[in-house]
Design a protein around this ligand. Structure first.
Ligand SMILES: [Zn+2]
Length: 251
């Protein structure tokens, strides 16, 4: 016998009130929901300056404001800037997977605070926030879009409106996991669209696109191009985590 979805959500909400809150990074019980113990918090790799002014890739040494990494200097990406709160590593992976696969929401206000700080320059000029969409089949299977949750939380933290359906995913595509950069790019080509009802709210507007993880940037770039084709003035990308690979210096 299947669990009735309505009944289940009522039960899990009741459980939130009865069970003590757990740390976002361990099983330890904490004094309030959505917190991380000081020792683990210190181990999270928060991203900040110095970094590439466009893609946010961290630099090891101090640079002049506005400096670009080699990749952005060679071929500027379609987005105005990309920033992430933390580097994607063993520790932050738990935050992402609990959110994405587990549907755990108690960390959202904390993540939104981190993201609002990392993307402060973008949010300061943003007219609207748009989440990276899931294809409806995946949304139906999972019943939530973690990027939409993050977008709503960031919108609340930054006092900016969120257009949850600003983008739709019309091609299911396969999961991006395990694909190379080129494969990822092909996989998301033509995958996104701006629904006609959202066009008016995006035209000539500065948009902040939200996602959980920035990996190769293929998904973000496909979404950004779609928003620009719909006449958005400028698009920034803001994610909770970002894969930071060593720079390939070979020519
Ligand atoms: Zn760059």
């Amino acid at each position: 016998m299947g669990t009735h979805p309505g009944r289940r959500s009522i039960l899990s909400r009741a459980a939130d009130l009865v069970w003590p809150p757990r740390s976002l990074l361990s099983d330890r019980i904490v004094d309030r929901p959505g917190v991380v113990e000081a020792d683990l918090w210190a181990q999270l790799a928060f991203l900040g300056q110095p970094c590439c002014a466009t893609c946010g890739f961290p630099f090891e040494t101090a640079v002049e404001d506005g400096s670009l990494c080699g990749a952005c200097a060679g071929e500027p990406p379609p987005y105005a800037s990309a920033r992430a709160a933390v580097a994607y590593d063993d520790l932050s992976r738990k935050l992402v997977l609990d959110l994405k696969r587990g549907g755990r929401r108690d960390g959202l206000p904390v993540f939104a605070g981190w993201m609002a700080r990392a993307g402060a320059h973008a949010l300061a000029e943003a007219d609207v926030i748009v989440p990276t969409p899931l294809h409806w089949t995946r949304l139906a299977a999972r019943r939530f879009n973690q990027s939409a949750w993050l977008a709503l939380a960031v919108g609340q933290a930054a006092g900016r409106p969120v257009l949850v359906d600003g983008l739709v995913r019309r091609k299911a595509g396969r999961s991006q996991g395990g694909l190379t950069g080129g494969q990822r790019r092909r996989n998301v080509q033509g995958a996104f669209a701006v629904p006609s009802g959202a066009r008016k709210r995006l035209a000539a507007r500065i948009v902040v696109l939200i996602d959980d993880v920035f990996t190769t940037g293929a998904t973000a770039e496909a979404c950004v191009r779609t928003l620009l084709r719909a006449k958005a003035a400028k698009v920034h990308v803001l994610t909770l985590a970002r894969v930071v690979r060593p720079v390939d210096v070979s020519i």
